[in-house]
Design a protein around this ligand. Structure first.
Ligand code: AMP
Ligand code: SF4
Length: 462
């Protein structure tokens, strides 16, 4: 079912660039952290047709063998995808290519449309045939059945039916289109290409940097942009709703060098660590972060607590993500392969172990055992975000509601489960204070959902 598909993805689009295909390759390569299960590129050729190459695997694995088969074009989009196992079928790899009334359209999507099931049921009743389970296909069908007579009008009408957190890039012979959900939950940035003559769209600014594009601005919540031979047109889709940038992008998901609200995610993470140290101090000898994602949080904790920071854990860079493996035993084994300890840093020490988040607790439990085996006398776990109590509806795949440790357990019960001497989380107010300004989605941390679909059942969340 469409609604059971939860994707973390990265999108990229480029318009009016002679190297559109290779730039798209680099654009998705730099966003590989957003999805490692499938990758793909679509390009408009000189014949105005769209060619797509995509498949299961990393960007290099999927695209190196086939990149030269793509025609040289001046407009292209790309996608990397990471979804829960079992749903990671090849037919869900993107960009999706559809043949509609307006000719071929390619779509790539990051996020989750929360009313996907209702829309899909409705479209199927009207005779639509779906190949996969992705939300992009729903948008494509809505565009195809629109009675509007231009691509931009049809897209605007189709998008106005969607609820949720989403960022779409859409490629058509007439141009490149992009749209962001009315709360701006999922990220989408716009840049000027390095020639100064074209535009680039991406989930994160790190993708603009790699292609030499200059950051212009974030796409506004509920904004649709249409980029074509006459330049760029902007319009609002639906009512103006308050911005709700995903806080988890800043906490964990975005690459550390990507800019969010005018600063790199790394700076925000250090600040979160500093706030955490003020809220949850502890007497200890060394601060250790879980590499790589939690090192900035740990540095911030060390700065504010005046406890020395050190690299007490080492990451094996050649292990893939542990988080999404279906079996707990596999996840534990992968975590063991992924992280090891540096004995001199922790032996005989009272260690503050800082992680960006605790979801199931698998990582924490293993790491605390590891540090104790390496001679740590005490291990104090500090989490640089609040208890993760509620599943994400908007495209970050955490786990099913039942697996979220903080949903059913108290902090003390989780402390016992992971075997820490003490455990403390950043408070919700601490998270707000650590992130700049207001206007964040904090739903998974108990901050309330900006958009809740009437037809979403508890067991379908996350
Ligand atoms: P867990 O072992 O389930 O508590 O996982 C928590 C760890 O996984 C944290 O250290 C995060 O860095 C990482 N993490 C949290 N959420 C996600 C996610 N949605 N996808 C991948 N990794 C995640
Ligand atoms: Fe991000 Fe959490 Fe909101 Fe999902 S629920 S969009 S992960 S802040």
């Amino acid at each position: 079912m469409a609604q059971e598909l939860h994707e973390e993805c990265g999108v990229f689009g480029i318009y009016n660039d002679p190297e559109a295909v290779s730039e798209t390759y680099w654009g998705i390569f730099s966003q590989q952290h957003r999805g490692q299960e499938s990758a793909g590129i679509a390009v408009v050729g000189e014949d105005h047709l769209i060619a797509v190459r995509k498949g299961m695997g990393l960007v290099t694995e999927v695209l190196n063998p086939v990149l030269s088969e793509l025609p040289r074009g001046r407009a292209a989009i790309g996608h990397v995808r990471y979804s829960t196992t079992g749903e990671s079928e090849a037919f869900n790899a993107q960009p999706l290519l559809m043949h509609a009334r307006f000719g071929p359209i390619a779509l790539a999507h990051n996020g989750n449309v929360v009313n996907a099931r209702a829309l899909r049921d409705h479209l199927e009743e009207e005779g639509a045939v779906f190949q996969g389970t992705s939300d992009s296909e729903i948008l494509a069908h809505l565009i195809a059945k629109s009675s509007k007579d231009s691509m931009v009008e049809a897209l605007a009408e189709a998008v106005s039916r969607l609820l949720g957190g989403y960022a779409f890039v859409v490629l058509h012979a007439s141009g490149l289109f992009a749209v962001r959900d009315p709360h701006g939950i999922r990220p989408l940035v716009l840049g000027r290409s390095k020639s100064g003559q074209g535009y680039v769209l991406a989930s994160e600014t790190c993708a603009l940097d790699i292609v030499g594009a200059e950051y212009m601005r974030d796409i506004d919540p509920g904004e649709l942009v249409a980029i074509g031979p006459k330049g760029m047109e902007r319009r609002r889709v639906g009512e103006a709703l308050p911005i709700r940038d995903c806080a988890f992008e800043s906490v964990y998901f975005a690459r550390a060098d990507s800019q969010i609200r005018g600063e790199s995610a790394q700076m925000a993470r250090r600040r979160l660590g500093r706030v955490l140290a003020k809220e949850a101090p502890v007497d200890a000898d060394v601060v250790v972060g879980v590499p790589d994602s939690s090192l900035p949080h740990a540095m911030g904790y060390a700065e504010a607590s005046h406890i020395p920071f050190d690299f007490g854990l080492v990451k094996n860079r050649y292990i893939g993500r542990t988080f999404i493996l279906p079996k707990q035993s596999d996840r534990t084994r992968q975590v063991q392969l992924k992280l090891s300890s540096v004995i001199e840093v922790v032996y005989g020490k009272r260690v503050v172990l800082v992680d960006d988040s605790l979801v199931r607790g698998t990582n924490s439990r293993y790491l605390i055992q590891l540090l104790r085996r390496s001679g740590a006398t005490e291990v104090h776990m500090r989490i640089a975000s609040p208890p993760y109590t509620d599943p994400c509806y908007y495209g970050i795949d955490t786990s099913r509601a039942a697996e979220l440790a903080a949903r059913t357990k108290s902090v003390e019960e989780i402390r016992q489960m992971v075997g820490a001497d003490s455990l403390a989380y950043l408070s919700l107010d601490g998270l707000r204070a650590g992130l700049k300004d207001e206007g964040w989605c904090l739903a998974c941390f108990g901050g309330g959902y900006p958009v809740v679909p009437a037809n979403t059942k508890e067991d379908e969340r996350g």
